[in-house]
Design a protein around this ligand. Structure first.
Ligand SMILES: [Fe+2]
Length: 189
């Protein structure tokens, strides 16, 4: 269902009006390109995944810390958009946060774990983008390991395996398939 989910050009307008920096917009569009490649071989709600990808970091217009996911979900929720879209944004950190992670990070209690296929695709497409570059998921796993976030790293490996199975190949082919700096159809980059 794509009820009350903004189309692609509306997402770009919403990002601009929220005051997101160009760098954030480029990052979001790059995540959108990775998600689109995943969608080419997976069964999911395309409109929801693309809107989730394009808007996942809208909260960075307010805060660049871990709270940006929650803040972003509140911004989109207040605009009256679909709860499915709101959840994608709230749950996009890594491969999700469990209750202990959320508490440790000072987030209010809530569900921060991607559960639907659309939530999983957006979270993991984001794991495969560093700033404006498409990377292997190893990049994000190693970043978590270097911070001592072992459970988060294991969760990311497991999400990678799960989605790779649905994609029909290891998702780490994506940087090769679409290029490390893919052409972004939503903006000129
Ligand atoms: Fe983010």
């Amino acid at each position: 269902m794509s009820r009350n989910v903004p189309d692609e050009s509306s997402c770009l307008r919403i990002l601009r009006e929220a005051g997101c920096k160009k760098r954030v917009v480029v990052h979001c569009c790059t995540v959108g390109a990775v998600a689109e490649e995943m969608l080419s071989k997976m069964d999911a709600d395309r409109r929801l995944v693309i809107a989730g990808s394009l808007l996942h970091d809208i909260g960075r217009s307010v805060d660049n810390g871990i709270a940006h996911a929650l803040i972003g979900s509140e911004i989109i929720g207040k605009m009256g958009f679909s709860e499915d879209l709101v959840s994608i944004i709230r749950k996009h950190i890594g491969a999700g946060l469990d209750d202990a992670d959320a508490e440790e990070m000072g987030l209010p209690p809530g569900d921060y774990m991607p559960r639907t296929i659309e939530e999983k695709i957006v979270a993991h497409a984001d794991n495969m983008v560093s700033d404006n570059r498409v990377v292997s998921h190893r990049y994000s796993v190693e970043k978590l390991m270097s911070k001592g976030a072992v459970r988060g790293a294991e969760r990311m490996e497991s999400l990678h395996r799960e989605l790779s199975k649905l994609y029909g190949a290891d998702l780490d082919v994506i940087p090769c398939a679409i290029g490390e700096y893919p052409k972004l159809k939503w903006i000129s980059n």
